[in-house]
Design a protein around this ligand. Structure first.
Ligand SMILES: Nc1ncnc2c1ncn2[C@@H]1O[C@H](COP(=O)(O)OP(=O)(O)OP(=O)(O)O)[C@@H](O)[C@H]1O
Ligand SMILES: [Zn+2]
Length: 407
């Protein structure tokens, strides 16, 4: 395996302190002095400093990767700490890149941390990625996954990819000339409606640790040029069964970006579908949450109603039927006292709502994505007056009843 470091780079010397710090690496013949110097020369970009990015960046820093770039636009939220161990209680509210830098520098002050406090988009991705030797995508949404994949293919940079959902994870190395890319597997992103929002899906806190560490391992192997990288293989991790499987992947000759006749020749911004809009770029729905009332958009034929408007209707004792479409375990965390029919059961249980056919129905979930699907299902089943509560119960807790817990 050739190293991911450009062969022309002159390898930096190690100080005596560094020799002491990395002694357990130096005595491994597969790493040795030269390998450790390659690590010091290496520049790795971690896209996202969340669940995957946290262990990834920490292990890269511990291993002595000389330059670690961090891209993230978000701030640390208390709900991140269940898995994002690069952040801490003391840095809740701080920018994630600043919070991560504190931990990385504390662990290894010799590492250079470059902070990109921005959302990676088609406008800046090539410019940001071009200076790094290896890219490690630890983000949580399809838009960025395709963006990083395409940018890596266009720049010919390896992408140590990882992703997780609930109890399962995946890892691979994409973007190399020899191997397939993410689009070889999935040429186009799924339609937004089919993707559960990350915050709604849930994840076992340890799982991103497991997968992020695999990404870090692949990154280090790529830098050292040792072992068998996950090029052309997709590792599937099942934390509940604690099983690891690898699937062989082939380069797809019809791949729209790395195939011989590419149709994707520049970066694309797909619609965002994982609640990742940075505060500075809030879209119409988000803005609507703060507006008092009526001029909310209609999405796919479903009127969107704000929490303020629903509160006004309830206070005025208007005849509104509120329906919660989350899961029972979420209902136990917090609820508004509305009846519960989980979104997946709506189509089968419309008979229970037979007397509501012509009533005004407001559907809500945690943040508004599932309830939009439920509202569409109700509309298809013949309910004539269904609207979707924008922002869900989280918006209700934000704007109407701050005593409610947010999860
Ligand atoms: N295009 C992007 N540019 C920069 N950072 C991104 C981009 N897309 C996602 N991220 C960041 O990647 C990280 C993904 O990690 P993760 O899903 O564990 O965290 P989260 O988004 O805070 O979690 P949750 O959605 O459950 O609140 C987040 O910190 C997010 O801000
Ligand atoms: Zn491809």
């Amino acid at each position: 395996m050739p190293t991911a470091i450009e062969e022309t780079v002159e390898l930096p010397k190690l100080s005596n302190d560094e020799i002491a710090r990395y002694s357990r690496h130096l005595i491994l013949p597969e790493v040795g002095m030269e390998g450790q110097q390659k690590l010091k020369a290496a520049k790795v970009l971690c896209v996202g400093t969340g669940g995957l990015g946290a262990p990834l960046a920490l292990y890269l820093a511990a291993a002595g990767v000389g330059t670690i770039g961090l891209v993230d636009f978000d701030t640390v939220d208390a709900s991140n700490l269940q898995r994002q161990i690069i952040h801490s209680t003391a840095t809740v509210g701080k920018l994630k890149v600043d919070s991560a830098e504190i931990m990385l520098k504390g662990l290894n002050p010799t590492v250079k941390v470059i902070k990109h406090n921005t959302m990676l988009t088609s406008a800046n991705a090539l410019e940001i990625l071009k200076d790094y030797d290896v890219i490690a995508d630890g983000t949580d949404n399809f838009q960025t996954r395709y963006l990083v994949n395409d940018a890596c293919v266009l720049l010919n940079k390896p992408n140590a990819y990882g992703s997780i959902f609930r109890f399962e994870g995946q890892a691979s190395v994409f973007g190399t000339k020899e191997g397939p890319c993410y689009r070889c597997l999935y040429p186009e992103p799924p339609p937004p409606g089919l993707v559960p929002s990350c915050a709604e899906g849930g994840v076992l806190g340890i799982l991103p640790g497991l997968v992020g560490v695999i990404q870090a391992t692949e990154t280090i192997k790529l830098i050292l040029g040792i072992g068998e990288p996950l090029i052309g293989r997709l590792l599937l991790v099942d934390a509940l069964g604690m099983s690891f499987r690898t699937l062989k992947l082939r380069k797809n000759p019809e791949c729209p970006v790395c195939g011989p006749n590419p149709t994707v020749t520049e970066l694309i911004d797909y619609d965002q579908f994982c609640g990742i809009t940075p505060p500075s770029e809030v879209g119409p729905l988000e803005v609507a949450r703060d507006k008092a009332v009526t001029d909310l958009p209609v999405v796919d034929g479903i009127p969107q109603i704000s929490v303020q408007e629903l509160k006004r209707k309830l206070d005025a004792k208007e005849d509104v039927f509120v329906l919660d479409v989350r899961e029972p375990h979420e209902y136990k965390i917090v609820n508004l006292g509305a009846p519960l029919i989980p979104v997946g059961e709506i189509a089968l249980r419309t008979a229970e709502l037979a007397d509501k056919k012509d009533s005004e129905i407001v559907v809500h979930c945690k943040s508004g994505a599932r309830s939009q699907r439920a509202a569409l299902a109700l509309k298809q089943a013949g309910f004539t007056n269904v609207s979707n509560l924008t922002g869900g119960i989280l918006a209700w807790a934000d704007k109407i009843d701050p005593s409610l817990p947010k999860y």
